[in-house]
Design a protein around this ligand. Structure first.
Ligand code: ADP
Length: 270
């Protein structure tokens, strides 16, 4: 392991590499499976469709599935002696994922102190160039991995917390909020995902579970509520087929909800 001085120098070099990125957004969730990657992907694609230059960074060590969600599975980012270039999804969206470097279905083994070094190495090697937004899909929870990523990113302009409507999920939201406070990360707001169900027959949104819990909590804690994304079977298909809904199904309920959220993000961080 390098000494403290060397580590500080490396951290400074990483900050210089990230300095041409205007806004850094960290997407968090208390646990896996709540739709954090879906939200990160659709926000990044949506922002890029509105003429922003966007980077999408997938550092979800346990389930780096953004390559799948964008139909980029099996793509190899160009690696040069200067570093690794993100994969170009479109003229305004560049994507980098830990998943690009894992063999099919390989569990990526990350252990203790090596983990922080490996994340740092990964972040340091990416050549982003100038970006309006970097969207970071972090691992679920508020453990060491997220802490490492938060620390390595230096300045973060805002965190988006993704939750589902059930009460149990709200305890996770509180943990994510505490994490942001402890790491001096401004909170952009909370998104309630899987909130209501879009009937495939009539298109109406039906509240099959209790919904609105995250919104009430946001009000109580004086945190911005960014919006609700309903459950839509189309979104699962879209994810599986690598077709983000904001691009392929812009008239769907989730896409409309995503665009409302994206407009708020642009307004808050303008
Ligand atoms: P996480 O990143 O939190 O683990 P994912 O984004 O991978 O969660 O989502 C988990 C699964 O749920 C995926 O199959 C995804 O397509 C699906 N999903 C996420 N949000 C929705 C939604 N609003 N409607 C329907 N399916 C969804």
């Amino acid at each position: 392991m390098p000494g403290k001085k060397e580590q500080d120098k490396e951290l400074q070099e990483l900050q210089e590499k990230l300095s041409a990125i205007k806004r850094r957004i960290l997407v968090l969730s208390g646990k896996g499976g709540v739709g954090k990657s879906t939200v990160s992907t659709n926000i990044a694609v949506g922002l890029s469709l509105r003429d922003n230059m966007v980077g999408l960074l997938d550092v979800d060590l346990h389930g780096p599935n953004i390559p799948n969600m964008l139909g980029l599975k099996g793509t190899q980012p160009p690696v040069t002696p200067e570093g690794a270039y993100p994969v170009v999804y479109s003229p305004t969206l560049k994507v980098m994922s830990i998943g690009f470097f894992a063999k099919d279905n390989d569990a990526i083994i990350w252990r203790g102190p090596l983990k922080h070094r490996a994340i740092q190495q990964f972040l340091s090697d990416i050549i982003w160039g100038a970006l309006d937004y970097l969207i970071v899909d972090s691992p679920p929870g508020t453990g060491d991995e997220v802490l490492s990523i938060r620390h390595l990113l230096g300045k973060v302009d805002g965190a988006i917390i993704v939750a589902t409507p059930q009460d149990v999920a709200l305890a996770d939201v509180k943990r994510s909020i505490k994490f942001c406070e402890a790491t001096q990360t401004p909170i952009l707001g909370i998104i309630e995902n899987m909130s209501g169900f879009v009937c495939p027959k009539c298109g109406e949104v039906i509240n099959i579970f209790k919904s609105g819990g995250a919104e009430t909590l946001a009000k109580e804690l004086n945190i911005r509520f960014l919006g609700r994304i309903p459950i839509d079977p189309k979104l699962v298909e879209a994810g599986d087929e690598g077709k983000p809904c904001v691009e392929y199904y812009p008239e769907s309920e989730p896409a409309k909800a995503f665009f409302k959220i994206i407009e708020q993000i642009e307004e808050i961080l303008k």
